[in-house]
Design a protein around this ligand. Structure first.
Ligand code: CA2
Length: 145
């Protein structure tokens, strides 16, 4: 069964619990439900979150053999991690980068993303709807293959 890896980075476990003015009031569980609802019949989702860079890298390596696509919100590692970029570069399927907030409307250090140079699509500022859009895009890209 084709499986999409949904990877969330540091602090996103706090979604819905802090800073609702920036990140909204929905939780990470709500994100997972929204993404599952966006999946066509016969597709599966592996929803993962870690505060550890190395764990996100290990899951990206695992995705090489198991995922039809990756939807990733690397959190603050977006702006710092060459290592996550390198791991994504070793993955051959579609990659969609998602940010809940519009990073371009925020501090200048959030304007650059290492991951964007690998991502097939980048979504920012759509709230958690962006994750569902990412999932639908992976499915559409796989259908075109
Ligand atoms: O907008 C996004 O999705 C971000 O990837 C979120 C990261 C931030 O560093 C990026 O610049 C943009 C931060 C995630 C922190 O998530 C929290 C959620 C609720 C409460 C506190 C933190």
């Amino acid at each position: 069964m084709p499986t999409i890896y949904l990877l969330n980075g540091p602090n996103l476990n706090l979604l819905g619990k802090r800073q609702p003015e920036i990140y909204g009031s929905e939780t990470l569980e709500d994100v997972e439900c929204l993404c599952r609802d966006a999946l066509p019949e016969g597709w599966d989702l592996r929803a993962l979150q870690s505060n550890w860079e190395g764990q996100l890298i290990d899951w990206t390596h695992e995705a090489r053999d198991h995922a039809a696509g990756i939807v990733i919100n690397p959190g603050a590692f977006t702006h710092t991690s060459v290592a996550i970029l390198d791991a994504l570069n070793a993955y051959e399927g579609p990659v969609i980068e998602v940010h809940i907030s519009n990073v371009h409307k925020r501090e200048s250090f959030r304007h650059h993303s290492y991951v964007s140079s690998r991502a097939d699509g980048v979504i920012a500022g759509l709230g958690i709807e962006g994750y569902a859009a990412g999932v639908r895009r992976v499915v559409a890209m796989e259908a075109k293959k």
